[in-house]
Design a protein around this ligand. Structure first.
Ligand SMILES: *Cc1c(COP(=O)(O)O)cnc(C)c1O
Length: 364
């Protein structure tokens, strides 16, 4: 079976370096918010071109803490999309805020900028712009619209580490940018992890408080809404080993995506135009009206696939009543048609060729 991800294979080239880094943390005797965490934060901030980066426990916490730092609280509206796996909704609801869903563009599968403009006129507190599948959303334009409406913009970059436009990285368009280091992400830890980047010093200090009980110094709670969400030094050390390799890994993703785009010629499968520096190619997502049949065919051909994501946020069973009146036609159609093909840096050329011929053999 050609796996959608192969984390064991991905880490083999770094095995010795990783074990050295882990040993160094064990020997240091310092495991939470230590020197290795600070070193990683500095390296990560520099790689994004941001002034500050703060490690947190995971990417969902990163969204929630960024929202809280931006002043989002009970009853506030937060504009977001509903096709990005539910993490945004989880974080928004955790703040006591209300998601205001807008539909996505059918071509890019990212937020529809016209619909964003319309939603901003409703007076939300914040807009959460997700760069889905690694492809940059129209973030510069979104920021202009948000500024004009005095709405704070936050970017969810969990899938977009490494994406930029004209040298400006995902996460640096909004007031704050959130990242996930879940193992399958473009920059993945050996466990959970996340980060928030910002250029704004007061916002960075708020994040620093909020991630640790609201403390501005030990045992002194300065900010309400604080919690415990820290990136531990083991994961920071792992991420410092992997950071310098991530550009090469993303380049490998681009190579695979190019071969798919050139190689798959089945008219039943819609291959989105992807690539360029604005696309970190976290997931290679095709569209097919007979999606489930295609997935079954590929599985029979030894190709594992996945669906990102099958249930839009507003249709999740837990929230069904709450968002009953929300209709997002493009989001709903995409949920029935999207299929993610294996596109991870550990794939061999022969595996890529096999995926292409398996796709072309589909009769939908
Ligand atoms: C993975 C992901 C998150 C959440 O990250 P976790 O570290 O798993 O909490 C948030 N948003 C998007 C778009 C993601 O893909």
């Amino acid at each position: 079976m050609i796996a959608i991800n192969d984390l064991r294979r991905l880490h083999l080239p770094y095995r010795a370096e990783l074990l050295d880094a882990l040993t160094a943390v064990v020997d240091s005797g310092w495991f939470v918010l230590g020197e290795r965490g600070r070193m990683f934060e500095a390296a990560f901030a520099a790689s994004c071109g941001a002034r500050h980066a703060l490690g947190v426990a995971n990417g969902t916490d990163a969204i929630e803490i960024a929202l809280r730092a931006a002043g989002v609280g009970s009853g506030d509206g937060v504009v977001t999309v509903a096709n990005a796996g539910g993490y945004a909704t989880t974080a928004i609801l955790a703040c006591g805020a209300e998601p205001i869903y807008v539909d996505v563009d059918a071509g890019t599968m990212n937020i529809d900028i016209q619909l964003l403009a319309a939603a901003l006129s409703g007076g939300p507190r914040a807009a959460l712009i997700t760069h889905l599948y690694g492809r940059l959303a129209p973030a510069a334009e979104a920021r202009r619209l948000c500024d004009a409406s005095k709405v704070v913009m936050i970017e969810d970059c969990a899938q977009a580490y490494g994406a930029c436009v004209a040298g400006r990285a995902a996460g640096t368009f909004g007031a704050l940018g959130s990242f996930s280091f879940y193992p399958t992400k473009n920059l993945g830890a050996l466990g959970d992890g996340g980060a928030i980047v910002t250029d704004d010093h007061p916002l960075a200090e708020r994040v620093r408080c909020l991630r640790q009980y609201g403390w501005n110094q030990k045992y002194r709670v300065e900010q309400s809404g604080g919690r415990n969400s820290r990136l531990d030094d083991i994961q920071a050390a792992v991420l410092s080993v992997k950071l310098p390799h991530s550009a090469a890994e993303i380049a490998r993703r681009h190579g695979i995506a190019e071969r798919y785009a050139e190689g798959i010629s089945n008219a039943a499968i819609d291959i989105p135009r992807r690539g360029g520096e604005s696309d970190a190619l976290h997931l290679f997502v095709v569209r097919c009206p007979a999606r489930d049949a295609l997935a079954a065919h590929l599985a029979a051909e030894g190709v594992q696939t996945d669906v990102h994501y099958p249930v839009p946020d507003h249709r999740q069973p837990a929230f069904a009543k709450r968002f009953e009146d929300v209709a997002l036609p493009v989001t709903e159609r995409l949920a029935a048609e999207v299929l993610s093909l294996p596109c991870h840096p550990g794939m061999t050329d022969a595996e890529v060729s096999h995926v292409i011929s398996a796709c072309d053999a589909f009769r939908g």
